[in-house]
Each structure stands twice: as C-alpha cells, then as structure tokens.
Design a binder for this molecule. Structure first.
Ligand code: NDP
Length: 252
C-alpha cells in the first residue's frame, strides 16, 4: 500500500479501461481523490460506483482529449468538484498500426491528436494546479504513459512509435521546465500489457500478430503498470523517477 497517496487529488485520463482504470482504482484504494476522464461515460460511472462502494472517492468526467472544448469543460468540472489537483496521469492513448504505405492519414491523425496533442491539452489544463501545489510545499506529479515503442522498432507501428517517442521526449523536456518548480515529471514505458488497446486494430494480419504475442508470453497486467505509477508518485518529493521501462519478463 501507498499511504503517501491519501492526501492527493488526481486526474487519470483513459480511466475507462486498462491501465487507466487500474491506476484510478489503486490511487483511490490508497485514499486519493480521483477524477476519471474518458469518452465512455457508462464505464467511468461504473468504476466510480465501484470505488465508492469500496469506500473511496472518485468523480466521472466524460471527456474527449482530442477536443479542446471537451478538455476545458472537463478541467472546469474537476475544479468545481475537487479544486486544484496535484497528480495528473496522462494515460489515454490509441494504437492503430498499419503499413505506412497504406497512407492511413485517418489513423495517423487520431494517434497524434490523442497520444501527443491530447496529452498536451491535459498538461495545459492542469500545469498551473501542479506548480501551485508544489509552491505550497505539496508533492506534485505529472505522469505520462508512453511505451517501449518509443525505443524499439515494430514494423507497421511507425506512427504509434513516433507519438510515444514524442511523448517520452516531451516528458524529459518538461522536467527541465517543471523540476526547478518542484513538479515531478515521469514517463512510464510499458511493454506488452493485457488491455483493450489492440481492440481497435482494423488490419486482420496485425490483429493476429498481436494475438500471437499474447499467446507466446505472459503479458503484464494493467494492475502491474498501475502499481509502478503508484510507486513512482509516492516517493519522497525530492525523488523523481524520470523514465521507467517495465516489460514482461519474457519480452525481449
Ligand atoms: P485501453 O484501450 O484499455 O485504454 C485506453 C484508454 O484511453 C481507454 O480508457 C479510452 O477510453 C481512453 N481514450 C482513448 N481515446 C481517448 C480520447 N480521445 N479521449 C479520452 N480518452 C480516450 O488500453 P491501455 O490501458 O493499454 O492504454 C493505456 C495507455 O498505455 C495508452 O497510452 C497506451 O498507448 C499505453 N500502452 C499500452 C501498452 C499495451 O501493451 N497495452 C504498452 C505500452 C503503452 P474511451 O474509449 O472511453 O475514451
């Protein structure tokens, strides 16, 4: 357990499923107040009910991070309910692989707008909260969920990898701006994790390839990644884990 989390107020994007849902659940189980952002209202409302039934505090905020007005409205809803936040987990993301030669500009746009610009919209919405919390002597964290795909080449995943490399670089660069103001910035880079992420792949061969990877090795669970995020944000406030790769033991 992470008792240091009991005083925190968090925002988790992509909290409708997978790592975001697991992270929201774990933060709340450790006493944090957690705002859950995602597009699927039914999912986040069900998770809020589950957290509340377990004695935790959570808030469902329907939001599409590719839409600036939606992010602005979500930030306002979070601030109305909880006031300023001190922990932001930028986790929402999409993975839409296809050969680059297919020219799927629809998928490229969606990935860039979600994984990179969407993360930036969320950072923009809550950075003032983080710097104010830190100036007030409290612990303040920005965690960006990137991917091993930021470093390792997977054919047909070039644009996804590019968005994640950009997110990792953004995290490192932002640390240089926010670290001097006592706001920690961390990138978490998971390998193969059992979630809904692959469910949007429209290329049958690539769906099958991903299925084969899950069949070949025991993947991480969403809870494994949530645990790493909770660990990262519960270090003493002068300790910043900048960049962590977490892989299934059998993933090369
Ligand atoms: P999931 O698909 O289960 O979760 C992704 C979440 O993002 C969903 O809750 C989805 O909710 C939300 N989301 C997607 N688009 C938007 C949007 N426009 N606005 C708001 N929320 C959005 O997959 P994971 O848990 O695996 O993904 C979490 C992160 O982990 C992603 O950034 C992914 O790239 C990264 N990752 C995953 C790996 C894996 O192997 N699974 C490996 C490395 C990194 P909704 O549809 O309701 O909006």
């Amino acid at each position: 357990s992470y008792p240091a989390l009991a005083t925190r107020t968090a925002v988790v994007t992509g909290a409708a499923s997978g790592m975001g849902a697991a992270t929201a659940r774990l933060l709340a189980a450790n006493g944090a107040r957690v705002a859950l952002l995602a597009r699927r209202t039914d999912r986040i409302e069900a998770l809020v009910a589950e957290i509340a039934a377990a004695g935790g505090q959570a808030l469902a905020v329907t939001a599409d991070i590719t839409d600036q007005d939606s992010v602005d409205a979500a930030a306002a809803a979070v601030h109305d309910a909880y006031g300023p936040v001190d922990l932001v987990v930028n986790n929402a993301g999409v993975m839409l692989p296809n050969p680059l030669a297919d020219g799927r500009i629809d998928e490229w746009t969606r990935m860039i707008d979600t994984n990179l610009t969407g993360a930036l919209r969320v950072i923009r919405a809550f950075t003032a909260d983080l710097t104010a919390a830190a100036a007030d002597g409290r612990t303040a964290d920005l965690v960006n969920v990137s991917s091993i795909g930021a470093h390792v080449v997977f054919p047909d995943y070039a644009v996804y990898g590019a968005t994640k490399a950009a997110l990792t670089q953004l995290s490192t660069a932002l640390r240089a701006e926010l670290g001097p103001r006592d706001v920690r910035v961390s990138a978490v880079e998971p390998g193969l994790t059992d979630t809904e992420l692959g469910g949007h792949i429209d290329n049958p061969a690539l769906r099958e390839q991903l299925g084969g990877m899950f069949a070949a090795i025991p993947a991480l669970t969403a809870e494994d990644v949530a645990d790493l995020i909770a660990y990262t944000v519960s270090r003493p406030r002068h300790v910043n884990l900048r960049h962590q790769v977490v892989l299934p033991t059998r993933q090369a």
